[in-house]
Design a binder for this molecule. Structure first.
Ligand code: NAD
Length: 340
């Protein structure tokens, strides 16, 4: 018997939604794309035609709230610029729908809390799209560290870098503080931060940070270029991370333990990750079956709704990262470590 699929609406038909999420839906077992929300009717009509979506299920940002009257839509996935996640999550909850919000959850702790409160009030689930936590190589890395393969975990590093190109439509808003909330940290540093938390299974207690932005580079008039930050965890594990809009193509982490180390490079790409263990007897490539983790992530929310299960990455998970990112900015500003 075919499994029940919940109906999903995508809000924002930009690069990530069109190139990664829409193509992932056919791999979903519990989720089906049934509605689109876009400011561009032509784009929405074309995507609807290509994906067998009824034209009546196309909304724009003004009539979006009418989605409450559409019983085909169970879940609304917000894939808009960062500072817009809060408004659309709240409107989606008020329309009586479950919500998936892209990372970073929002651009302030207060907005994160409003999103959580709105979904709680509507009795709807709120998940943050931390896709790496549904990706098989990342899951294997967590399992290997937890099972003691590299001995006692002592130290981690993680780096995420991509060149910001405001000539590209998807990078225009990323250079705008109001829409992005910050620079490389909010956009990709959040992967480093989140990975340090899921690899240790701990919450940081102290954070130090430094920020540098090339003063002669117009891209960094509003948002920061490079952030280096260090996290101290209660067990004594330390983690050194960086994020940058000034170096290209880096998305990796390493974990160092008393018996060896683990490297995932790339760690948070869309496909083709490489996992390696370095132990006393040498290097070992760890083979893991690739999977469409966008589909796995979306199906997780559908499954939690259908079976009333607890989410692995709820709003509270997104709020914690936003709180730590604010502490990173604060530590850099003060020039000294801050307790969190
Ligand atoms: P994008 O610019 O390609 O898409 C954003 C969409 O929002 C566009 O369709 C744009 O038209 C629409 N939009 C509506 N109002 C807007 C406004 N006022 N200003 C600018 N755009 C507006 O960006 P993207 O790369 O697709 O990122 C969208 C979201 O997805 C961001 O929150 C980003 O962090 C997240 N993202 C996540 C991943 C991931 O791997 N999980 C990857 C890329 C992006």
């Amino acid at each position: 018997m075919a499994e029940k699929k919940l109906g999903w609406a995508l809000v924002g038909l930009g690069k990530f939604a069109t190139q990664q999420l829409i193509p992932a839906f056919p791999n979903c077992k519990k989720s089906k794309l049934v509605a689109l929300v876009s400011g561009s009717p032509e784009k929405a009509q074309q995507i609807a035609a290509e994906n067998d979506i009824h034209p009546e299920n196309i909304y724009d940002y003004q009539n979006f709230d009418r989605i409450k009257d559409n019983p085909a839509v169970d879940v609304i996935y917000i894939v808009l610029p960062n500072s817009m996640h809060a408004e659309y999550t709240i409107r989606a909850a008020q329309a009586g729908k479950h919500v998936m919000s892209e990372k970073p959850m929002a651009t302030s702790v207060a907005d994160c809390q409003k999103m959580i409160d709105a979904c709680q009030k509507a009795n709807k689930k709120l998940m943050i799209a931390y896709r790496a936590q549904y990706e098989p190589f990342n899951l294997k890395s967590m399992e290997l560290i937890k099972s003691g393969q590299i001995g006692k975990l002592r130290f981690l590093t993680s780096d995420h870098g991509r060149m910001l190109d405001p000539e590209q439509p998807e990078d225009k808003w990323r250079a705008n503080k109001e829409l992005a909330g910050g620079g490389s940290l909010m956009d990709i540093g959040v992967y480093s931060l989140n990975a340090m938390r899921y690899l240790t299974g701990e919450e940081p207690v102290e954070i130090s940070a430094m920020i540098h932005s090339d003063p002669n580079d117009a891209r960094f008039k509003e948002v920061e270029e490079t952030v280096a930050f260090t996290l101290r965890f209660p067990s004594g594990v330390l983690a050194n991370c960086s994020s940058s809009y000034g170096y290209e193509g880096v998305k990796r982490f390493q974990a160092f333990g008393s018996k060896g180390s683990l490297i995932l490079d790339p760690a948070t790409d869309y496909y083709e990750h490489n996992l390696e263990l370095k132990l006393e007897d040498g290097k070992h490539e760890v083979k893991v079956q690739e999977e469409n983790h966008f589909a796995a992530e979306m199906d997780h929310l559908s499954e939690c709704i259908l079976e009333n299960k607890t989410l692995k990455t709820p709003g509270e998970e997104g709020l914690r990262d936003v709180k730590y990112m604010m502490a990173i900015y604060e530590a850099a500003k003060q020039g000294k470590p801050v307790k969190v």
